[in-house]
Design a protein around this ligand. Sequence first.
Ligand code: GPU
Length: 830
Amino acid sequence: ERKAINFDLLTSKTIKSKRIGLSKNDIKDSFLENLFFHIGRVPKGATIMDYYQALAYTVRDRVFKEFVTTVKRISDEDLRVVAYLSAEYLPGPHLANNLLSLGITEQTAAAMAELGIDMEELILQEEEPGLGNGGLGRLASCYLDSMATIGIPSIAYGIRYEFGIFEQHIKNGLQEEYTDKWLQYGNPWEVVRSEIGYNIMFGGSTKHVTDSNGNFTVNWIPDSKLRGTAYDTPILGYKGYGSILRLWRAEAIDTFDFSAYNKGDYYKAVQEKILSENITKVLYPNDEQETGKELRLKQQYFFVSCSLQDLIRLHLLQGRILDTLHEKFAIQLNDTHPAIAVAELMRLLVDDYQIDWDKSWNITQRCFGYTNHTLLPEALEKWSIPLFRRVLPRHLEIIYEINHRFVQELKYQHGCSDEQLSRMALIDHSGEGSIRMAHLATVGSHKVNGVSALHSELLKKHVLYDFAQLWPDKFCNVTNGISPRRFIALSNPLLTGLITETIGSGWLTDLKELSKLENMAEDPTFQNKWMAIKQTNKASLSDHIKLETGISVDPSMMFDVHVKRIHEYKRQHLNVLNILHLYLQIKKGNNKDMIPMAFIFAGKAAPGYFMAKLIIKLITAVGDLINQDTEVNDKLKVIFLPDFSVKKAQHIYPAADLSEQISMAGKEASGTGNMKLSLNGALTIGTLDGANVEMMEEIGMDNFFLFGLNAEEVQHKKQGNYKPGDHYVHNLHLREVMDFLISGALSPENPKLFQPIYEQLLYDDPYMIMADFESYLISRAKVYEEWGNQSNWTKKSIINVARMGKFSSDRSIQDYSSLIWKIDSFQNRP
Ligand code: GPU
């Protein structure tokens, strides 16, 4: 028995001023102390990176204080906890966010200034953890921010990829991928917990045995084992509580094979170490598309098993028994990437802890909630049975058993037809056979949710139709949200200042308070301040564009922004067709009252996605044509900003006038960039897709530029016989643009370069670009008209912001807490 250290020591006077004091002088002292004793430098020899690190450690100490205090409370009061399982996170840079959360941005800047250091420069040194692809990973990080802000006890689990999402370079207009070395200068925000680690098994076979007492057990005899070690990053909510991001790194159990070494085989001696570490080497850079790679399945199982074993350890540590696991933890599956958790928890309960099947299944279903993030058929995860058997033989048996019991229930309790059975089964018997992970997640969870009202409806109507019929109460909606701390307070300090000076600071934790801005929407003085801030933000982005691409953009142009992953369903090429249309009009001399516009694109394409990469080339080719042509370049600019990231996004959103949210209706589950841009005062041109629908409801038709087919019309047109070529024939503008696309003028060195896009649009057009083109142009004409009256535009911009209250991730987390997790926040507890 160790004697427990008195917790109050943490807040004792000495520790307080030395390591956690929040005054300017305390921060300055700690910074110098860290520079000497942690980094080992005197100021004269220190590099800017040394300064950054010293400041990061200074801030981390203060973050830890809050974090440890929260953990103590959870443990003392034995509170119910959310365990968020996600294969991706995109936290963005930590330093500025932690300063904001602690409320010490000003005194820290002052402390640094006294030492002759520009804090902003230090903030720019930070490499962000690119541990995700796009929307899904960023959403997970917004949710962590909100859970910590509101005070929902939580722990987030994921993978500590050594190499995150690739760095995107543009060479000759083409995307090139470079390794992301985010850890190369170390990571001051994480602590390794070497003592927290679990063994993970792969492959081999199973043995079913009945012991002398007649008890039946299954032994899994794996052919390899490795260890997952915990790396913790404390997450601080805004003036709030702490949470934690616990990421697993794969390591060998024995890093060195002495028997091989002694036989003189040095390579073999370290081989296991290398193979083990491979598991968490690199993030798969595919957004919504699975290719069935063995290593990917191993990654998923690896982090899920580590996380569940950790939860069980924490549970037992509280002196609880496993029968009550679901009372202690609500485990949320962020899409199907962690869905193997359903089978793994069953394995742990049944095989390792010998709890009987029915009881284990009851615990399992009550633990899990599943969030679906896509309707795209190619993105619904399936694992081939031969591959699965090779990697996880025991889990295959368990899934067969779950499936068997489920099918029996459908047949005998619900009288389902054979057709229904084969539609709903966890196993798809076509070809070599595969496991439908969305079905596993649905059957193994007590709640399933979509991420916008429309998406949740379509989920029940199509992808999970039979399940929604069977268990209507299992299905619900939680519309996505974004963190107002990261996406306005941090990224748009000027607008944040104006809003706070007008309505007070409560809106940062209660975004609905933004509605108080409505009163100001027509106030000319307020409008002028609002416009001036937008102008400053645009000038700043324009400087950045010049620096990165060499292209000058006049900040008085309208900034038309289309930033997100490059994907055909997101229809960046629809935007391009319009740009070409404008270009051709200018060339014909029809440009008398044309509004000067800068089209700004950013986003990564999956390295193996041919069409997405060709779309990037198309954007840059159009840019090359336009930006150099003095006949057009005072009216049009086309920019592709390379290497989109959270950091870049924070710079772009505040400068946008118009937000492009133009996916084909029924394809974008929610979208979150739509919310980020609107919160920064951009007006939206968009389709009735994902959360756009709810945004328009909130913002009002008059303040939103709607166009295009709705999801039902898309569906209907697809079932009929859609002929994209008809639109080519009937719409002169479309014909001109398409003819230009194939003319070779965009790529004289390779005239057929864009033929694949041309042919796809004309003969197939799966994303109905041809059908929506005309409507897009009509809607854009309204944009130009409204832009012509700047006071009116500004009024609409203010109204957009004022009506964004619903889209805070705080609201989303409240919804998850009440609908799915049944967890109270600290705030609501005595
Ligand atoms: N999303 Br599935 C991803 O970013 N990656 C994925 O693998 C899957 C979904 C996105 C959706 O496309 C987007 O509409 C949504 O806003 C976001 O997840 C968060 O829910």
